[in-house]
Design a protein around this ligand. Structure first.
Ligand SMILES: [Zn+2]
Length: 916
């Protein structure tokens, strides 16, 4: 026929045929190829995020199956979108379908028969999101094809999906990163510059943006939780990722051990059935390299909000190409990629030595369609199980019965933050109108009660209890099996809040809290001498930052003093009265619950005067997540800070900074070498290396009076810089968790992904014990292991760096170090925090080799020349989660540059308006 017909006629015929096939839903729909100008998945080409959104708007306009909505703006002001796809009939009764989801999610007062009727009427909502990790670019392309297919095709398979399910599609969970990474990809085309965006692809969290699902710090997390999850109540969430290039081609559930015991077993089973429906579809299409039950576990709630909200978590991890370019096996193009031994959870190895973007798109599309199709086929079962999970939680009869948060705490702000995490997680909080007794303890009126028997009891329970991580070894008595993420997340410990589990039911006069606020304490009348603020609350630092910005002088007491039966702890904040001070303290107190007292008579005590306008330098480091998180925190607290730039080293450092912070991950190499100017353009000049001269200059800046604060493994950097008299007390960290991020260029590169394979290889030929294995496991003879747990420390609250800390509290420890003091003539170390000499150290999570920590130092302060150094061995600031230990860091920021004042000077404060 083609031979006989002139070309224009054939074209007309094809167009006519297409419109018959897809009418009426898609008469005017452009194909992705026509819209973007290239085939989706073509080597070297990436659809840009704004254009992807335009395409979904196009589908929404041209068909009656698609709705498009901008939910809000991201951190950097980009559009965060939600696309809803279903049959026109379902979209017409959309509100009714949402109402059914909401009713099934809270089954109180609902009979099984009523639930069955609702499940039959309802439609399961399948929430799918792409590119939370921005270098995992393939999935952001796949969704274009998925949207086009569902919007236009009239096959029975697509009809069934549309009729029986509702797809909620978030085109990117981190739109900012799509702009950064994809724009960089095109900007560097044909240059010698690195094609991979060299910095954090989320302004603050970088690759950690998928570890924010309980602290809810970032705007994108909040939009997803509050505007999508809590609002629509989907029955399943599918999170699309890519992994490293050299393992399996795709991971689908089920997951490897362990899982958090608070995850309802129905959800694990649903994960298995959906994951294996995906695997079956992939294999049926002849695709190779499909793996399950490896690499990814389900312990840490930071990655899995959905599991505590009635939904299975579907994770797909597809092998990465080199962004949009093909990945070729470095061992040779003809050497197949990935493991080559078939097994039950990996039935067919991949047989080629190359891997391309088009394959990522192809695998992803098949998996997503199989997932939606499976849920659509079993729509009633999914809705019924959604109901059952919540019903079981509502009828919880186990222990504990509830958690009580006592009304009076060391830090009202931290208490509020703890309750607010629960509130955002849709947990119901009650408050006692009068005193009550529970678990043999008396609680004041105003204490909060969180009962486990409620729809989202799973979330409350996992966040408030202590984690007992299973002792998983590669073989009995052998090295630990590396968990995917951290192992302890007890919120009370992280935040510095007392939370009591109460095992059995009790009576109390409780009312639901609808309007959560920090516990308020009224501001006292203007005192004759000064306002005083205890050192316990982090909120004081919010006030201090504002007082400094307003040029109000701020002091701290050096010792404890008692006046009129009231004791003022060492480090009590002293603020001279005045209109500006009062305004700041009044506002801060209302916002944070900060407790301010007034003193008419001076405390007979010496103290410290903070350096006015203390200037903080943050050595953020390119693609360094801890630095990104610190940036976020410093902004939240309003600290006067700047990111340290290589250009600062052209001038006098002391003219710019009083204090410089080195986050974990900042090494001598980061400082001296930094980003290579030949591979990274001038916009990254701030992260270029400062060379050996810069290294020396930094050391001299400290000796001349600067304050250096080092966190986590940056303590080594500080030790090398200044020859500090400390030495590592623990064996070198091995078996680091696979957490992606700083070291990776594309994809998760999750180290833990092939522990199983490595172990098997090791047993089959011990001689092949590879560098990979040595990097991932620990020899039993030097067994110390702590992959993110809460460990008890004893503090010295009379030391300026320990001001406000309790005598004992857990610190977060994630593959960190402890230190012993070594002899020194020049530098005198002062230990502020150490691991206890006796008693249990592990409070939550997993720890092997506890005795190696006994009596070792964690936080140490040093006077170095005229300068000051504080080393914080454990990560006292981790993903903006462990706020109980922020004070150690904040104290260091401000104390180093402060000056001593005598009791006599301090007594003469009186009203001050401004020091301007
Ligand atoms: Zn990822």
């Amino acid at each position: 026929m083609r031979r006989l017909s002139p070309a224009p006629v054939a074209t007309v015929f094809v167009i006519a045929l297409l419109s018959i096939v897809s009418a009426p839903a898609s008469a005017q729909v452009q194909t992705p190829e026509a819209f973007f100008g290239f085939t989706i998945g073509a080597d070297g080409e990436l659809a840009r995020y704004p254009k992807v959104l335009e395409y979904f708007q196009h589908l929404a306009k041209q068909t009656d199956r698609v709705r498009y909505e901008e939910i809000g703006k991201t951190t950097m002001g980009n559009s965060f979108a939600l696309v809803t796809i279903s049959s026109p009939a379902n979209l017409k009764r959309f509100d009714r379908l949402v109402a059914i989801n909401r009713r099934l999610a809270d089954p109180r007062g609902l009979s099984d028969a009523e639930a069955a009727t609702l499940a039959a009427e309802g439609r399961p909502f399948y929430l799918l999101y792409a590119t939370i990790h921005s270098t995992e670019v393939g999935n952001g392309q796949t969704i274009v094809l998925l949207g086009h297919k569902l919007a236009t095709e009239n096959s029975p398979a697509v009809r069934e999906m549309l009729d029986n399910a509702v797809l909620l599609l978030v085109p990117s969970q981190n739109p900012d990163g799509q702009h950064l990474v994809v724009d960089h990809w095109y900007k560097t085309k044909g240059t010698n510059f690195n094609r991979v965006y060299p910095d954090l692809y989320h302004k603050y969290a970088g690759h950690d943006d998928n570890r924010d699902w309980f602290m809810f710090t970032q705007k994108e997390t909040r939009m997803m939780v509050e505007r999508v999850q809590n609002h629509f109540k989907p029955v399943i969430t599918h999170d699309m990722h890519q992994q490293g290039s050299t393992g399996s081609r795709i991971f689908v559930p089920p997951f490897m051990d362990p899982f958090d015991p608070n995850i309802h077993p129905i959800l694990g089973q649903e994960q298995a059935t959906v994951g294996q429906a995906m695997a079956t579809a992939l294999i049926a299409e002849g695709k190779e390299g499909i793996a399950s039950v490896e690499g990814y576990d389900q312990w840490a709630p930071a990655r899995q909000y959905m599991l505590y909200h009635g939904q299975p978590r579907i994770l797909t991890e597809i092998a990465s190409a080199s962004l949009a370019d093909p990945f070729v096996n470095p061992a040779g193009k003809d050497r197949p990629l990935g493991p080559q031994e078939a097994r039950q959870n990996f039935p067919k190895p991949y047989t080629k030595g190359e891997w391309r973007l088009s394959q990522i798109v192809d695998y992803g599309l098949t998996a997503a369609l199989a997932g939606v199709s499976h849920v659509a086929k079993y729509r009633t079962e999914f809705l019924t199980n959604f109901y059952k999970v919540h019903k079981d939680w509502v009828r919880w009869k186990g222990a504990p019965y509830a958690f009580v948060v006592p009304a009076v705490q060391r830090d009202p702000l931290a208490t509020y933050e703890l309750l607010d995490v629960l509130r955002i997680g849709a947990v119901e909080i009650e408050q006692a109108a009068s005193p009550f007794t529970a678990g043999g303890k008396r609680y004041d009126a105003g204490s909060w009660v969180i009962r486990v028997a409620q729809p989202y009891g799973a979330f409350a329970k996992t966040m408030l209890e202590r984690q007992i991580y299973p002792d998983l070894r590669l073989f009995p008595g052998g090295p630990p099996k590396v968990p995917y993420d951290v192992t302890g997340h007890t919120l009370g410990y992280l935040l510095g809040v007392d939370v009591d589990p109460i095992e059995t039911a009790f009576d109390a006069q409780l009312t639901r809290v609808s309007d959560l606020k920090p516990r308020q304490s009224p501001l006292p009348a203007a005192p004759r001498w000064a306002y005083a603020i205890g050192p316990e609350s982090n909120a004081a630092f919010i006030a201090v930052a504002r007082l400094q910005a307003a040029n109000v002088p701020v002091f701290r007491t050096a010792d404890a003093r008692s006046v009129a039966a009231r004791t003022y702890a060492p480090g009590t904040w002293i603020v001279p009265p005045g209109a500006e001070a009062r305004g700041v303290l009044d506002a801060a107190s209302k916002e944070t619950g900060l407790v301010v007292t007034g003193l008419d008579e001076a405390l007979p005590v010496s103290g410290y005067r903070l350096k006015p306008g203390t200037r903080i330098g943050l050595w953020r480091g390119a693609n360094n997540m801890p630095g990104g998180w610190l940036k976020w925190t410093f902004e939240q607290y309003g600290f006067k800070h700047d990111v340290v730039s290589s250009t600062d080293f052209a001038g006098d450092l002391s003219s710019k900074y009083d204090t410089i912070v080195l986050p974990t991950g900042i090494t001598r190499q980061t400082i001296v070498g930094g980003l290579d100017p030949a591979r990274n353009d001038k916009s990254f000049e701030w992260a270029y290396g400062v060379g050996e001269a810069g290294w020396k200059k930094l050391a001299q800046w400290v000796r001349d009076g600067g304050t250096l604060v080092a966190i986590g493994n940056a303590v080594d950097t500080a030790q090398q810089l200044l020859d500090l008299p400390i030495a590592k007390a623990l064996p070198e960290a091995r078996g680091r968790r696979g957490r992606g991020g700083a070291a990776e260029s594309a994809g998760d590169r999750d180290a833990a992904a092939d522990v199983t394979r490595v172990l098997r290889d090791t047993f089959s030929s011990p001689a092949s014990l590879s560098a990979t294995l040595r990097d991932r496991v620990i020899e039993p003879e030097s067994l110390f292991y702590c992959p993110g747990s809460l460990l008890r420390n004893d503090f010295d609250p009379s030391h300026p760096i320990g001001f406000g800390m309790p005598a004992s509290w857990p610190v977060f420890f994630e593959s960190d170090q402890a230190y012993r003091i070594t002899p020194s003539f020049g530098i005198r170390p002062e230990v502020v925090a150490r691991y206890p000499a006796a008693g249990p150290i592990l409070q939550s999570g997993w720890l092997l080799g506890e005795d190696l920590l006994r009596d070792q130092a964690n936080v140490v302060a040093f006077k170095v020349g005229r300068g000051y150094v504080v080393t914080l061995g454990s990560q006292v600031h981790f993903r903006a989660q462990n706020r109980a230990t922020y004070k150690l860091l904040f104290n260091a920021l401000f104390h180093g540059p402060s000056t001593m004042v005598s009791a006599d000077e301090l007594s003469r404060l009186g009203p001050v308006t401004s020091t301007k």
